[in-house]
Design a protein around this ligand. Structure first.
Ligand code: 6PG
Length: 627
C-alpha cells in the first residue's frame, strides 16, 4: 500500500533537507509544502506577517489534494510544518490510513542556534517562539530528535515505515481481540498472532483482521518467527494468554526469536510471584518483562480498560504511550493507567482488585438474598438497587440491576441459574497473600469461601434436609439494608487497600494508593462513586479508617449493619461478608481485646511467653501455669 510521509515540525527543524534525503533513499517523489502556498499567503509572509488558520486552510487543502493524487501512483514525502492537530486532520482527510507522520523535534535553543548558524538566515526568537506556542505535539507520529545525524534520522524513519509494526499482540482470545481493536482504533500499527490448531483454531488472526475495518492495516500471523520479525525493535509484545503454564510455554516459544532489549508485556491475570520469577529469568537473557494487570472484561478491553503495569520504570516508559492510549479515562480525562511499582506489583494490585471485586459481588448477592427473603421478586429488587445509585453507584451494582431484570419466558433468568459460583484463582491468591502478609482481609476470605461453600451443592441439599433449616421471613427496612451494604463496602475497601499497603512495605514497592484509586475510577470492574471519593482520602493516609469523613460515615451506618446482621442470623440467612464486616470492625475498634487469653494459652502449653501491661519495657515473660 502506498503511503504519504509527512515530515513535520517547527520552522528550522530541517523538514526540507530530511524530506529530500528520505525521498532519495526511498526513490519516491518529494514535495516541499512551502512551494504550494497561494500567492496571497506568499505576499502576506513576505510582508513579515504570520499566517493565521484561515490563511492556511486553502494551502492545507491543496496539500491534501496533492497527496490524494499521488497515492494511486506512488508513495511520496511531503514537508509541512503541520503544527496543529486540526491542520493534520485536514491534511489526512480521506487518506488517514495511508498517512505517516514524522515529527522532527528539538528544543527551542537547539533550533534557534541551528537557524542562526546558517548563513543568511536569521530568525527572531519571538517568531520561533510563536511556532513552539502553536505546536500541538502529535500523538501518533514517529518522533525523531534533530540532534541525530541526518543519515541516522533517515535510517530511523525508513525502519519505521518499512511497515514494521510498533506493537504486537500475542493471543487472540476475548481480551486479546478487544485490546487489538482498541490499539488499532488509536492508530497504532500492530501485528497479531494466534496459534494454529488444526480443526480447533484455524486462521484466527487472518479471519479476525478481515472481520474488523479498524484492523485493515494490522498484520496477522500464525507463525511466531514471522510475527516477531514484523515488529520494530525493541519489540513490544503483549501476551494475552491464559495465566499459568501457558504463559511460560509461550515465553519459551518466543525467546529464540527475540533480541536483546525486546519487551514482553504479560497482560494476563498472572500470579505476582510468578511475574517476579519471569522478570528475573528474562533479565538474565536481556529481555525485559512487564507484568500488567488489565481490568474491565471484554468491553473494557475494547473501549478502555484500567491498566496496572509493574516492572522496571524505564522499560515501562517504552510501552507507556500504547498502554495509556488504550486505557479508560478518569473524570479529568487522564488515563486509567499508571506505573505501579517494581517486579510483580502490577499483578499484585490486580489480584487484590479481584479480591475486592469478589467481596463487592458477594455483598450484592447477600443484599439480594435479604431483599428476596423480604418478599421481593427480582424486578422489585432491581428497582430497589436502582434507587441506591444516587448513594452507592458502582459498575457491579449497575450490572446486577440489569441481571435481575432479565427474563426468559415468564420467569427471571436468575431463577434458572445453578447456585454454584466458580472462580479462576485470583481470590484464592489474594487470600493466601493476606494470610502470608499478616493483613486480615477477612471479607475477601469470606467471599472466596462463600463461593467454595456454594460448590457443595449436593451436600447442601442433603444438609438442608437433615437440619431442616427454613429461613423465616425477614423484616427490615430497605434503608437499613443500604446502610449495611455501604458499611461493609467501606470495610472491604479498607481491607483491600491495607493489604496492598502491607505488601508495598514488605516488598519495598513505592506504591501510591491515591493514584491506584484514581485508575480504578473507570474501566475496571470495581469502579464506583466510593472509589472516586477515596482518591482524596488516600492522599492523607493509606489507612482510610483514620479519615474523619470515613469515621463519620461508619458511625452513622453502624447501627443499621448491627440490626441487619442480627436479623439475618435470627432468620437463618447466611450473610458471611456482611457479618464479617461487623466482626472485623468490632475487633479493630476494641481497645482491650481477648488476645490476652490466647497469649496465656500459648505460654501455658508452649512457653511462648507474653508481654505485660504493667511492664513498659516490652520484655517477654513466662509463667509456670501449673504451679
Ligand atoms: C476484571 C476481572 C477479570 C475476571 C477475573 C475474575 O478485572 O476484568 O476481574 O479479570 O473477571 O477472571 O474471575 P473469577 O471470578 O473467575 O475468579
Amino acid at each position: 500500500m502506498n503511503n504519504v510521509i509527512f515530515i513535520m515540525g517547527v520552522s528550522g527543524c530541517g523538514k526540507s533537507s530530511i524530506g529530500q534525503l528520505l525521498s532519495q533513499r526511498l526513490k519516491i517523489p518529494f514535495f516541499d509544502g512551502d512551494d504550494f502556498h497561494p500567492q496571497s499567503n506568499i505576499d502576506k509572509m513576505s510582508s513579515g506577517k504570520p499566517l493565521n488558520d484561515e490563511d492556511r486552510h486553502e494551502w492545507l487543502v491543496t496539500l491534501n489534494e496533492l497527496a490524494k493524487q499521488q497515492l494511486p501512483k506512488n508513495s511520496c514525502v511531503i514537508a509541512c510544518s503541520a503544527l496543529k492537530k486540526k491542520y493534520r486532520d485536514l491534511l489526512s482527510t480521506e487518506i488517514k490510513n495511508q498517512v505517516k507522520w514524522v515529527h522532527l523535534s528539538g528544543s527551542f535553543n537547539q533550533i534557534i542556534e541551528r537557524i542562526n548558524r546558517r548563513e543568511n538566515h536569521f530568525m527572531p526568537a519571538d517568531l520561533l517562539q510563536s511556532q513552539f506556542d502553536a505546536l500541538e505535539i502529535p500523538e501518533h507520529a514517529l518522533e525523531v530528535n534533530i540532534s541525530m545525524q541526518p543519515e541516522e534520522i533517515v535510517n530511523k524513519i525508513v525502519e519505521t515505515i518499512e511497515m514494521k509494526s510498533e506493537f504486537g499482540l500475542f493471543g487472540l482470545g476475548v481480551m486479546g481481540k478487544s485490546l487489538s481493536r482498541n490499539l488499532a482504533q488509536k492508530g497504532f500499527a500492530i501485528s497479531l498472532f494466534n496459534r494454529e490448531v488444526k480443526g480447533i483454531e484455524e486462521d484466527v488472526a487472518v479471519n479476525f483482521k478481515n472481520n474488523h475495518k479498524e484492523l485493515e492495516t494490522a498484520q496477522p500471523f500464525s507463525d511466531i518467527k514471522a510475527f516477531v520479525n514484523s515488529l520494530q525493535t525493541p519489540r513490544r509484545i503483549m501476551l494475552m494468554v491464559n495465566a499459568g503454564k501457558i504463559t511460560d510455554s509461550v515465553i519459551e516459544d518466543l525467546i529464540p526469536h527475540l533480541t536483546e532489549g525486546d519487551i514482553l508485556i504479560d497482560g494476563g491475570n498472572s500470579n505476582y510471584l510468578k511475574t517476579k520469577e519471569r522478570y528475573d529469568y528474562l533479565k538474565a537473557k536481556n529481555i525485559h518483562f512487564i507484568g500488567v494487570g488489565v481490568s474491565g472484561g471484554e468491553e473494557g478491553a475494547l473501549k478502555g480498560p484500567s491498566i496496572m503495569p509493574g516492572g522496571n520504570k524505564e522499560i515501562y516508559n517504552l510501552v507507556k504511550p500504547y498502554l495509556e492510549s488504550i486505557a479508560a479515562k478518569d473524570a479529568k480525562n487522564l488515563p486509567c493507567c499508571t506505573y505501579i511499582g517494581e517486579e510483580g506489583s502490577g499483578h499484585f494490585v490486580k489480584m487484590v482488585h479481584n479480591g475486592i471485586e469478589y467481596v463487592e459481588m458477594q455483598l450484592l448477592a447477600e443484599v439480594y438474598s435479604i431483599l428476596k427473603l423480604a418478599g421481593n421478586n427480582p424486578d422489585k429488587i432491581a428497582t430497589i438497587l436502582e434507587s441506591w445509585k444516587s448513594k452507592a453507584d458502582s459498575y457491579l451494582l449497575g450490572i446486577t440491576v440489569d441481571i435481575l431484570r432479565k427474563k426468559e419466558g415468564d420467569d427471571w433468568l436468575v431463577n434458572k441459574i445453578v447456585d454454584k459460583a466458580g472462580n479462576k484463582g485470583t481470590g484464592n491468591w489474594t487470600t493466601i497473600a493476606t494470610a502470608e502478609l499478616g493483613a486480615p482481609s477477612t471479607l475477601i476470605a469470606s467471599a472466596l469461601f462463600a463461593r467454595y461453600t456454594s460448590f457443595y451443592k449436593e451436600e447442601r441439599l442433603l444438609a438442608s434436609e437433615n437440619y431442616d433449616i427454613q429461613p423465616s421471613v425477614i423484616n427490615l427496612d430497605v434503608e437499613a439494608v443500604l446502610d449495611a451494604y455501604q458499611f461493609a463496602r467501606i470495610i472491604n475497601h479498607f481491607q483491600g487497600l491495607k493489604l496492598i499497603s502491607e505488601a508495598g512495605k514488605a516488598y519495598g514497592w513505592n506504591l501510591n494508593l491515591s493514584e491506584l484509586a484514581r485508575i480504578w475510577t473507570n474501566g475496571c470492574i470495581i469502579k464506583s462513586d466510593f472509589m472516586a471519593e477515596l482518591i482524596d482520602v488516600l492522599k492523607k493516609d493509606d489507612n482510610i479508617l483514620k479519615h474523619q469523613t470515613i469515621i463519620n460515615q461508619l458511625k452513622l451506618l453502624k447501627p443499621s449493619i448491627n440490626k441487619v446482621v442480627a436479623q439475618c442470623v435470627l432468620s437463618e440467612l447466611a450473610v458471611p461478608c456482611l457479618s464479617d464486616a461487623v466482626h472485623f470492625f468490632n475487633s479493630y475498634t476494641t481497645a482491650n481485646s481477648s488476645a490476652n487469653i490466647i497469649q496465656a494459652q500459648r505460654d501455658y502449653f508452649g512457653a511462648h511467653t507474653y508481654q505485660r501491661n504493667d511492664d513498659a519495657s516490652g520484655k517477654f515473660h513466662h509463667t509456670n501455669w501449673q504451679h
